[in-house]
Structures are given as structure tokens and as C-alpha cells.
Design a protein. Structure first.
Lengths: 286, 321
């Protein structure tokens, strides 16, 4: 089970509601109804109904059972590991992804086009292959002498690998479009390079940085394939939530599996909504 | 002198864009850098602002050698053609930016910003974002932002280039009035000779990376240093191997002393002005006359006339190359 979220473009910084007027001026009433109708129908079939069924199933045996299923020691350990590791990975991505996007846009170096292509590779690779590669490189027979297999560090590494593209790919286009003259104007007004970065560049990147981070986080909490090999799935130690769900299903406990899925779902939703809120708040404040 | 540029050379790759450029800009003046696209005028302005480094030569601002100073240490106000507004900040915060960087007290900033917004007629727009302003309003905001830090010199790079004709004309007049009020030494870049003549005290004509001529609008119009300047500053026509302004030509139905014989090919009436198009030795030329004078002459196509440069005009003929 994955809670993949469609990549949405970061809202441009600026006044809230500024674009709404422009949109309504060009809208055709009939076309909007058709578009809205088919979007809602599609989203219902593909996203809302399946998710609602998961949430519904989790309560099959009542709220007491739900709570017990989620707080069994192994399920609880898997959930806290998953959420903790995902939060760590999201923060790491926020910083490194922004730096990589910066280097790809602003710096010139030989082989830039190759590096730019490589960024998407973790995304394109089947995640189980990613797991195999990581196990070969950082497993017990590591040619580098680094053994992260069956450890929590291994889980974090696998998550970092698969979530690399998110922040890079959301920040990169915004940085490309950023008006260079804005920075020159700041410099001529007396701002140092650091002040220009902090007061002019960063506020324009934050919305994109936050959406990328939200995507990386939600992707991490749902990750299965890449972690399943390198983590060794040791309950209480390295078993992530998605793997725990899988083992619950194998043990014929679909209600328990649905309960843990629902918790992941709620965490993902809370993360997306709060980052969105943070963005709006940030763009209002400037 | 507010700005002294000496022997500045600048190349982009192997293409020279400024060649031995030297100019002086007087304190409190309003100077236009005028020339065709690619003539080096924007580059010169950016060199003065410190946004480009000259390969050789020096730039002095208010007597201080600024050649190697970074833009933020030059105390120069710069206005860009495409506004370069800080999209994420309100109009107020945009104008306050330079003062916030300088860590002025909040109350002082508020007072100064409101004064400036009044000066550029944007006091009602203080809480808007740049995206909610028209092009003309954004450019006035950019001007207020540049003026906020009380710059030694104000530099404007094609400030009205992105605006439509009507707004352009309004802002032109407004800039002239603003300068008369504020008196900050101002240099602006334009490729529009009408704009330069209307707004500036001094015009520097730049072409091919060289200074072709420096002078008051009247000087460069009436006493152009070479055929290029003459052609660039206004309409010209060729009579007897000389370049002449079409309104500085005497035309008569009878042969006149020093006159050249011409055949009228067409007469175009443009309201008050009448264009008399001529053929002289197989070449086209034209003369601009008033409607009443044209009526008095009673010309029609096919007539033979005599034309000569007006002996009283200062725009006397240059050898046509």
C-alpha cells in the first residue's frame, strides 16, 4: 500500500487569492461543470472510496479493537520507527534537496546534464531493485566496509534513496524561474549576498521546499520495497509500518492491517494539511 | 561631478561592448544614454551600478573610486526595465527594503516610506502585492524603492520600455517633474530619441560601444557630430550629397541660387505637416513644409522645383558617407 500523492506545482509566492480573479474571468460555466464533475468522479473512484474502505474496515471490530491493534508492541514499534525515520528523512531532504537544486541551477560544472538525469533514477527504479542495490553496497558483504543491514540506519538510508527527487524536482523549476534582477535589485539596495538569500531568494523558494518535503515525508511513511531487504524486518527494531501491515495480512488479520493503514493515512493527511497551512501562512507574512 | 567614467572597456567573450568609454555626469543633472540596441548603453549603466565589472578603466561616484566596489557599497539606486519587484513583499515592504537592511528605526522607516509612496502616488497601494499593480504602478514602486536609500545617483535601465505608449508618455513627463522636485543625479537608458530629447538635460549618444556625442538635446539634434547621430536623432534626407533635416530645406518653383533641381513625385498631407517627396538625380528625397506653404506653392506631382538647405539652419549639411 502506498499513499502516493500527485505532484502538484508549488503555489507561487504572493498574495492569496490573486489568481482566483484571473481564473474566473476566463472560465466557461459548462466546461467547468464537466471538468469538476469528471475530476470528482475520478478522484472518488481512485482515491476517496478505497481510502474510505480502508478506514471503514479498520473499525470492523469496534474502536477498542482498533486501539489494541495499533498499540500491540510490534505494530506500535513499527509505526514510531516509520514516522520518526520519515520525519528525519524529510528534514534531511529539505536541506540536501534544496542544495542539490541550487547547484543544478546556479552552478556550472562538467557532467551537469548527467547528474540532472541521475536525480530521477531512484524514482524510476523498482524500489525492490533499489533495496537489492543498497544491500549489495551497504550490506554484510559491503565493498565499502559499511554494514548498515538490519539496522535502523539502513532503513533511513533506503528512505533517503527513494525520496531524493522530491525536493530537488519541486525547487528546481522555481529557482530556474526566479528573477535574477530581483537579486541585483537587493544588492543595489545594500543587501549582502547572505541577506539577499535570506530575504529575497529563500521566501520565494519556501513554498516549493515545503511541498517537496511533504511529498518526501508521505512517500517515506508508505515505503515498502526498498526497506524490506536492507532492514531485515526485525520486529521491534527495523520493521517499518508497511511491512508490519503486510505481515498482519499474511496472518489473516485484515482489520488490524486496516487499522495501522488508517493511522498512516491520518499522519500523511495531517502532514500535508499542516505544511499547506504553513505555506499559506508564510506567503501572507512574506 | 557625480559620476566620472574613464576609459572603460568591456567585452562579453570576444565581443567588445564598450570601447574606451569616458563620460562625466554633473551633479543634479538628468542624463540620457541614447543609442540603438546592442550599442552598449545598458552595459555602461550596469558598470556604473557595479552589476558588471569593466575589463579596464575606472568609475568614480561622488569623487570616490568605485571601480572595485560591490553594488551594495555604491549607494546607487537602480531601476530595472522589468521592475524586479520583490514578489513576496507588499508595496510598503518593497520600498522599505533598503531601509530595513540599514536597520533604521521602525518609526523612521514608516515615515520615509509613506512620504515616498505619496511622491509616486501609491499611498493607497501600500498593502498590495506587486502582482496586484499595473506595469506603470510597479515601475513607480521600483523608483520609490530605489529613492528610499537616498542614493548618490539614480540609474534607470529602459525604465518605460515594458509599458504601453500611453503610460510611457505620462511617466516620461512625470519623471521630469519628479527630478525637478528631488534633484538626485539621474542617468537613464533609452533607445527612443524622442524620450531622451523630452526628458533629459544632457544626452550621451552611444553606438557600437563608443560615445558618439555628448550634449544638450538641442546640441545633438541641431549640431550632430556625424551622420550616424544626425540619422539617429531625427528625420534626415539627402540633397546634393549632404544630409539635411527635411524641415530645414527651402523649396521654390523657380530656380534659386545654390539650389538643386528636383521632380515632385508625390505629396502627402499629414494634417498640419505636408511631405513633399522628390526625385533628385534618380534618388529619393523629401521635404517637410507647412500646409499653408504647400498651398501657396500649389505643387503637384511631375512639377520641377529647386531645393537647397536653409542657409539659416544650424543643422547644416554633413558630407554624406
Amino acid at each position: 500500500m502506498t499513499t502516493d500523492v500527485a505532484v502538484r506545482p508549488a503555489p507561487p509566492p504572493g498574495p492569496p487569492g490573486g489568481g482566483a480573479r484571473a481564473r474566473s474571468r476566463f472560465s466557461v460555466p459548462g466546461g467547468t461543470a464537466l471538468g469538476l464533475g469528471s475530476s470528482v468522479l475520478y478522484l472518488s473512484l481512485i482515491v476517496l472510496i478505497p481510502l474510505a474502505v480502508v478506514a471503514w474496515r479498520s473499525l470492523d471490530e469496534g474502536p477498542g479493537y482498533f486501539w489494541r491493534a495499533v498499540t500491540t508492541p510490534d505494530a506500535w514499534a513499527a509505526l514510531t520507527l516509520t514516522i520518526g525515520a520519515s520525519a528525519l528523512v524529510a528534514v534531511f531532504n529539505l536541506v540536501m534537496g534544496t542544495i542539490i537544486a541550487w547547484v543544478l541551477v546556479r552552478d556550472r560544472f562538467p557532467g551537469k546534464a548527467v547528474v540532472d538525469t541521475l536525480i530521477d533514477l531512484p524514482f524510476a527504479l523498482p524500489t525492490i531493485v533499489a533495496g537489492l542495490v543498497l544491500l549489495a553496497l551497504y550490506g554484510p558483504e559491503s565493498p565499502l566496509g559499511i554494514n548498515l543491514a538490519y539496522s535502523r540506519a539502513g532503513v533511513v538510508l533506503a528512505l533517503l534513496f527513494v525520496t531524493l527527487p522530491f525536493v530537488v524536482r519541486t525547487v528546481q523549476p522555481v529557482l530556474l524561474e526566479l528573477d535574477k534582477e530581483m537579486e541585483q535589485a537587493a544588492a543595489s539596495l545594500g543587501a549582502s549576498p547572505f541577506q539577499t538569500f535570506r530575504r529575497v531568494i529563500l521566501p520565494n523558494l519556501v513554498p516549493a521546499m515545503l511541498s517537496g518535503t511533504a511529498l518526501a515525508f508521505t512517500r517515506s511513511i508508505a515505503e515498502f520495497g526498498s526497506t524490506v531487504l536492507i532492514s531485515g524486518n526485525l520486529p521491534f527494531k527495523t520493521q517499518v509500518a508497511a511491512v508490519n501491515i503486510f505481515s498482519q495480512i499474511e496472518g489473516d488479520n485484515t482489520t488490524g492491517a486496516a487499522a495501522i493503514s488508517t493511522v498512516l493515512l491520518v499522519v500523511a493527511l495531517v502532514a500535508l494539511v499542516s505544511l499547506d497551512f504553513l505555506q499559506r501562512w508564510g506567503s501572507r507574512r512574506g | 561631478m557625480a559620476i566620472e567614467v574613464r576609459d572603460v572597456n568591456k567585452s562579453f567573450g570576444t565581443t567588445p561592448v564598450l570601447r574606451d568609454v569616458s563620460i562625466d555626469v554633473e551633479s543634479g543633472s538628468l542624463t540620457a544614454l541614447l543609442g540603438p540596441s546592442g550599442g552598449g548603453k545598458s552595459t555602461l549603466l550596469r558598470v556604473i551600478a557595479g552589476l558588471e565589472q569593466p575589463d579596464t578603466g575606472t568609475v568614480h561616484i561622488s569623487g570616490v573610486d568605485a571601480t572595485r566596489l560591490s553594488p551594495q557599497r555604491r549607494n546607487v539606486g537602480f531601476v530595472f526595465q522589468h521592475y524586479a519587484a520583490f514578489k513576496h513583499l507588499t508595496v510598503f515592504r518593497n520600498v522599505a527594503f533598503g531601509l530595513e537592511i540599514r536597520k533604521r528605526p521602525k518609526a523612521d522607516i514608516r515615515k520615509r516610506v509613506m512620504e515616498l509612496l505619496e511622491l509616486v502616488h501609491l499611498e493607497q497601494m501600500a498593502d498590495r502585492y506587486p502582482a496586484q499593480l499595473s506595469g506603470g504602478q510597479r515601475q513607480r514602486m521600483a523608483l520609490a524603492r530605489a529613492l528610499a536609500v537616498e542614493p548618490e545617483v539614480l540609474l534607470l535601465d529602459e525604465p518605460f520600455g515594458a509599458l504601453d505608449a500611453q503610460v510611457r508618455k505620462e511617466l516620461r513627463t512625470w519623471l521630469r517633474r519628479l527630478h525637478d522636485e528631488v534633484h538626485v543625479t539621474t542617468v537613464f537608458v533609452t533607445h527612443d530619441q524622442e524620450e531622451a530629447i523630452e526628458v533629459a538635460d544632457t544626452i550621451v549618444v552611444l553606438a557600437g560601444g563608443r560615445v558618439e556625442q555628448v550634449g544638450s538635446p538641442a546640441e545633438v539634434y541641431d549640431n550632430p557630430a556625424n551622420p550616424f547621430v544626425m540619422r539617429f536623432l531625427g528625420p534626415v534626407t539627402e540633397i546634393g550629397g549632404n544630409l539635411v533635416r527635411p524641415h530645414d530645406i527651402e523649396i521654390s518653383a523657380d530656380p534659386q541660387e545654390g539650389g538643386t533641381a528636383a521632380t515632385v513625385s508625390r505629396i502627402v498631407r499629414l494634417g498640419f505637416e505636408v511631405r513633399v517627396e522628390l526625385r533628385i538625380d534618380g534618388k529619393d528625397a523629401w521635404v517637410q513644409v507647412t500646409r499653408s506653404f504647400a498651398d501657396q506653392l500649389g505643387l503637384k506631382p511631375g512639377d520641377t522645383v529647386s531645393v537647397r538647405p536653409n542657409p539659416g539652419a544650424r543643422s547644416l549639411a554633413l558630407a554624406a558617407v
